[in-house]
Design a protein around this ligand. Structure first.
Ligand code: PMP
Length: 452
C-alpha cells in the first residue's frame, strides 16, 4: 500500500485522535477506497454501524425517491408516511406490547430518551421517589451528560463529574475475566444477584431502571451474557418494580443473528434504544421503542417532555425502512449467524499461534478478541505498550479496519472488535484473516511478544 494521505492531519476538523487518516473516496459492500486508490476492508462496519454494507442500491434508490418527495417535515407539524411505516415495522420486530416508537438521530439520544421516558412514567404513576438508573461497569451508553452518567467508563466520565449525577453501577457479567463458567446458569444468577443487592442497598423505591447492553459493545468487547443472566435480571427488576432498559444501539439491527440482540434469549425489556445499524451508516437515525402502556401513561399526564428537531424526518425514516427491507430480502441475519460463526472459528484458531490472545468472544458478526500478557492470570498487557493502537495500525496498513478499545473500564486491557457487515461472505472472511494474521505477527514482533 502507498502511505496514507496525511492532508487531513491538521485540517479545521477535529476529533478524538491526532492520527492522520486517509481521505475517504468511495465505499461499496465491505470495501472502502481512499483518494489514493488504496482499498480497505471495513472489518468493523465503521463503528459497528454499516451493517448491510456500503452503497446498497435498494437503499440508495429509496433515499433518492424520498428526496424527490420531501426531506423534512417537523414532527409537530406533520407525520409522514415514512415515519409511520418505519415505526410500524420496528414495532413488528420488537416484543409483543412494545409497540410505541420514538425516533432520534443517534445512540446517545436514544438512551437519553429511554431514561427520560422511564422517569416520566414513574412520575405519571405516582412514584416520584424513583430516579436512579443502575447500569453496569464497564459499559458505554453515550457521550451526552445524561448518557455519560450511566456509562461505566471512568476516563470518559471523570472530567465531567462535578456536572452530572453519577448513577450506581453493578459489575458487567464478565465470566471469562472473573473465572466463572459462562454456560452455568449459576453464573448468570450470581451477577443478577449483585443487581438485586445493589437495588436493596440503594433503596428499591429510589431505583427507576436498570440498563444493559444485551451483547456488549465497545466497553466489554462483544460480551455475551452468561447462561440465565438475561432472565434472572428480568426477574430481579420485576421483583423491585424497576424498569428494564436494553441498550441495543450496537447489538440491535441484526448483527447478532436476531434483529434485537436480546431476542437470542427470552426476557423482554420495557424500553429499548437502537441506532447504529438502524440507519446502517446511510443516515443518522435511532429509535426508542417502549411498552405501549408506559407511553399511554405518560401521554395521559400531558405528554412526553422531550424531543429532537431532526427526529422522525422522512429521509431518515425512508432510509431506515429500506435498510430493514434489505436485511430481510437478503436474509442477512442468517448470514451474520453462519458466516459470523466461521469468522469466530478463524479468530479462535489464531489463539494457537498468538498466546497473547486471551479470549475470543461474541456472536454473529459482533466479535472481539482480548489481548493479555498471560492467558492463565488474564493479566492485561501494560497500558504503556498501547497495544490496541499498535495492532490497529498494523491492520490498517494492511488494508484492514478493526475497532480498538481499552476494556476493563478504561484501566487496563485491550480488546479489538471484528464486526464486518452482515453481507460478508466466507471468501471475504478469508480476506480478513489474510490481513489480520500478518498484522498480529508484525504486532508481536514490534512489541516483542512471543508467538508459537
Ligand atoms: N450505546 C451503545 C451500546 C453504543 O455502542 C453507543 C455508541 N458506541 C452509544 C450508546 C452512543 O451512540 P452514539 O455515538 O450514536 O451517540
Amino acid at each position: 500500500m502507498t502511505t496514507p494521505d496525511r492532508r487531513n492531519a491538521r485540517s479545521h476538523l477535529f476529533y478524538q485522535t491526532d492520527h492522520p487518516r486517509p481521505v475517504l473516496d468511495r465505499a461499496e459492500g465491505i470495501y472502502m477506497w481512499d483518494t489514493d486508490g488504496n482499498r480497505f476492508i471495513d472489518g468493523s462496519s465503521g463503528a459497528m454501524v454499516c451493517n448491510i454494507g456500503h452503497s446498497n442500491p435498494h437503499v440508495l434508490d429509496a433515499m433518492r425517491r424520498q428526496m424527490d418527495k420531501s426531506t423534512f417535515g417537523y414532527r409537530l407539524h406533520f407525520v409522514t408516511e415514512a415515519s409511520e411505516a418505519l415505526a410500524a415495522k420496528t414495532a413488528s420486530l420488537a416484543w409483543p406490547g412494545m409497540d410505541r416508537v420514538f425516533f432520534v438521530s443517534g445512540g446517545s439520544e436514544a438512551v437519553e430518551s429511554a431514561v427520560k421516558l422511564a422517569r416520566q412514567y414513574a412520575l405519571a404513576i405516582g412514584q416520584a421517589s424513583r430516579w436512579k438508573v443502575i447500569s453496569r461497569f464497564p459499559s458505554y451508553h453515550g457521550c451526552t451528560l445524561g448518557a455519560l452518567a450511566i456509562t461505566g467508563y471512568d476516563s470518559l466520565a471523570d472530567p465531567f463529574l462535578p456536572m452530572m449525577q453519577v448513577m450506581p453501577k453493578v459489575p458487567a457479567p464478565r465470566a471469562w475475566l472473573d473465572g466463572f463458567n459462562p454456560d452455568d446458569p449459576a453464573t448468570g444468577r450470581y451477577y443478577a444477584d449483585l443487581l438485586d443487592q445493589k437495588i436493596r442497598a440503594e433503596g428499591p423505591d429510589t431505583v427507576l431502571a436498570f440498563i444493559l447492553e444485551p451483547v456488549g459493545g465497545a466497553s466489554t468487547g462483544a460480551l455475551v451474557p452468561p447462561a440465565g443472566y438475561m432472565e434472572a435480571v428480568r426477574e430481579v427488576c420485576d421483583r423491585h418494580g424497576v424498569l428494564l432498559i436494553h441498550d441495543e444501539v450496537m447489538s440491535g439491527g441484526g448483527r447478532t443473528g436476531k434483529f434485537f440482540g436480546a431476542q437470542n434469549w427470552t426476557a423482554a425489556p420495557d424500553i429499548l434504544a437502537v441506532s447504529k445499524g438502524f440507519g446502517a451508516g446511510y443516515v443518522p437515525l435511532g429509535a426508542m421503542v417502549a411498552r405501549g402502556d408506559l407511553v399511554d401513561a405518560v401521554l395521559a399526564k400531558g405528554g412526553f417532555a422531550h424531543g429532537f428537531t431532526y427526529a422522525g424526518n422522512p429521509l431518515a425514516c425512508a432510509t431506515g425502512l429500506a435498510v430493514i427491507e434489505e436485511i430481510e430480502r437478503q436474509d442477512m441475519m442468517a448470514n451474520a449467524s453462519s458466516t459470523g460463526a466461521l469468522l469466530k472459528a478463524e479468530l479462535t484458531r489464531l489463539m494457537d499461534r498468538f498466546p497473547f490472545i486471551g479470549d475470543v468472544r461474541g456472536m454473529g458478526m459482533l466479535l472481539a478478541f482480548e489481548l493479555v500478557a498471560d492467558r492463565d492470570t488474564k493479566e492485561p498487557l501494560p497500558p504503556a505498550l498501547k497495544a490496541f493502537d499498535k495492532l490497529t495500525e498494523q491492520a490498517y496498513s494492511r488494508g484492514l479496519i478493526i475497532y480498538p478499545r481499552r476494556s476493563r473500564g478504561g484501566y487496563a486491557g485491550d480488546h479489538l472488535l471484528v464486526a464486518p457487515p452482515m453481507i460478508t461472505t466466507p471468501a471475504q472472511v478469508g480476506e480478513i484473516m489474510d490481513r489480520l494474521e500478518p498484522a498480529l505477527a508484525a504486532f508481536a514482533k514490534e512489541c516483542d511478544l512471543p508467538t508459537a
